[in-house]
Design a protein around this ligand. Structure first.
Ligand code: ZN
Length: 332
């Protein structure tokens, strides 16, 4: 769901406290070799990491506040030519950070720093590294050359190998409070900010993205399709075919959220999990867990998968499994 339509070159207003927390660590000479900046997608963590990196490299600004934007270092940073700064993202359209990218990085940080300050590396999202890439990073994380600071940004740190996680200091970023998010969304001219914020699971940047892409219609049509699936009114195969053309990452994130809300409600004995538009679905708990796990798996599989149709069908068959079971068709 992470996207590049918004600028990573601004510090979102709710990130100021996090920025100052990081800055304080730098002023007190308490920076680790590597931070793992964790939090859900759509909070502006990459922007936070970039602004912090820029500030550390800047030679023109006062201790507090953002980088000066006028010194040479800021110019180089803005022109993406700063010799002491490297940002690694998945190669376009691949969703994966490959080992060659990390080898390039390792060679780059082995060089002497050009300024008197840090060499800074951002890897985002860090969980996009494939296993070879993660292994190749380990040695640099363990013994970083010179004053290298790694900023690993992760939307789902549980997906990172423990060997990588254990070499980083965690820096957790929380969602801003709702009223701050709503105020910001209004300032970005989002109509119906409450609805979009709920669709985005309280991530304001994602909410803005959804609104810009007019995703409310898609959201409503997914709910309708799933109701059909539950009620066995629609054919799973034709719904899977229809979904082919959709941007499936947000769709699967919504499905994950809804089923999680339903599980929570059932466990807590709440009658209707109002946060889920599918609160009236009736599934037994083991099936809900299965549907949840499969939804998360599908979200990862579909990033690289070739056979979308099969993954979607199998997912939707699980989602209507309860009815299959009660009809004696069985799903096991
Ligand atoms: Zn500067």
């Amino acid at each position: 769901m992470e996207n590049n339509f918004y600028s990573d070159d601004q510090l979102y207003p709710w990130m100021k406290t996090n920025f100052n927390r990081l800055l304080l660590r730098a002023h007190n000479n308490k920076l680790p070799n590597a931070f793992l900046i964790e939090g859900k997608s759509g909070l502006g963590k990459i922007a936070l990491a970039r602004q912090f990196a820029k500030k550390l490299l800047c030679t023109g600004s006062a201790l507090a506040g953002p980088a000066c934007d006028t010194c040479n270092h800021c110019h180089w940073f803005n022109a993406t030519t700063h010799p002491d700064f490297t940002q690694i993202n998945p190669a376009e359209k691949s969703h994966v950070i490959k080992v060659d990218q990390i080898r390039y990085l390792n060679d780059r940080i082995a060089l002497k720093s050009h300024g008197e300050k840090y060499k800074i590396v951002i890897i985002a999202p860090a969980e996009s590294m494939n296993i070879n890439a993660a292994n190749s990073l380990l040695k640099s994380l363990e013994e970083p050359p010179g004053d290298t600071l790694f900023l690993l940004v992760s939307h789902d740190a549980g997906l990172l190998p423990i060997t990588v996680r254990s070499r980083c200091q965690r820096f957790i970023v929380h969602s801003p409070n709702k009223s701050d998010s709503i105020t910001w969304l209004k300032s970005q001219s989002v109509a119906d900010p409450e609805r979009y914020l709920a669709m985005a699971n309280d991530s304001p940047v994602t909410a803005l993205d959804f609104s810009t892409r007019n995703m409310l219609d898609l959201y409503k049509s997914i709910i309708k399709d799933l109701e059909f699936v539950f009620e066995q009114q629609g054919s799973v195969i034709s719904i899977a075919e229809k979904w082919h053309g959709y941007d499936l990452q947000p769709v699967l994130t919504w499905m994950g959220q809804w089923i999680r809300e339903s599980i929570k409600a059932q466990l807590l004995g709440t009658k209707s999990p109002q946060k889920s538009p599918l609160f009236n679905i009736k599934m037994d708990l083991p099936l809900m867990f299965r549907a949840y796990t499969q939804t998360i798996q599908a979200s990862h599989l579909l990033k690289t998968a070739v056979n979308k149709q099969m993954i979607l069908e199998s997912l939707l068959f699980t989602w209507n499994g309860q009815l299959q079971e009660s009809n004696g068709l069985g799903t096991r």
